[in-house]
Design a protein around this ligand. Sequence first.
Ligand code: AMP
Length: 182
Amino acid sequence: MSALTSNSAPSADHLKKLIREVPDFPKPGINFYDITTLLKDKAGFSETIDALRDHYRSTPVDIVVGIEARGYFFAPAIALALNAGFVPVRKPKKLPHTVCRIEYELEYGTDTLEMHADAIQPGQNVVIIDDVLATGGTASATAKLVEMAKGKVVGLGFVIELNFLKGREKLAGRDVYSLIQY
Ligand code: AMP
């Protein structure tokens, strides 16, 4: 049984002052949570990486997967802190070698993610990291991609979780951790 618990507490609400909210970006009606203002704050960035590392401390982690593109700002630092490797999950046609691919539903249409087929060895413990958990579609597809490669998803970590979009419901039964909630 995993030593992890699926939770979001304690919330690091004080970090909200480092997150810039940009209304109507990239299109009208979307409130965009801009983490570049957190990244450039050395104390805030360091606290973010430390908190995510701490959540996974009691579980052996072999690989930290980062989701393109903003997951890449956090996942390699967390991988180093956990003494794990880093694997990028990418948009289609970016990876040069043989890939596993997953197509998933968006509100309108579909999207695709790819990962090198040999990136994860069967049975490896994998943590998936992204900046924002919104509807959960991207994270859920990434978890399935890792499982296609026979990796074991031991957790999904996010800097920000948008509670009102109920992304956790798509990740039911999985360990989901977020640092800041809106
Ligand atoms: P979803 O698949 O709906 O959970 O969307 C997650 C992805 O979209 C993440 O990779 C985020 O970077 C991005 N995203 C979705 N909504 C927002 C938002 N309001 N602000 C910033 N990024 C977002």
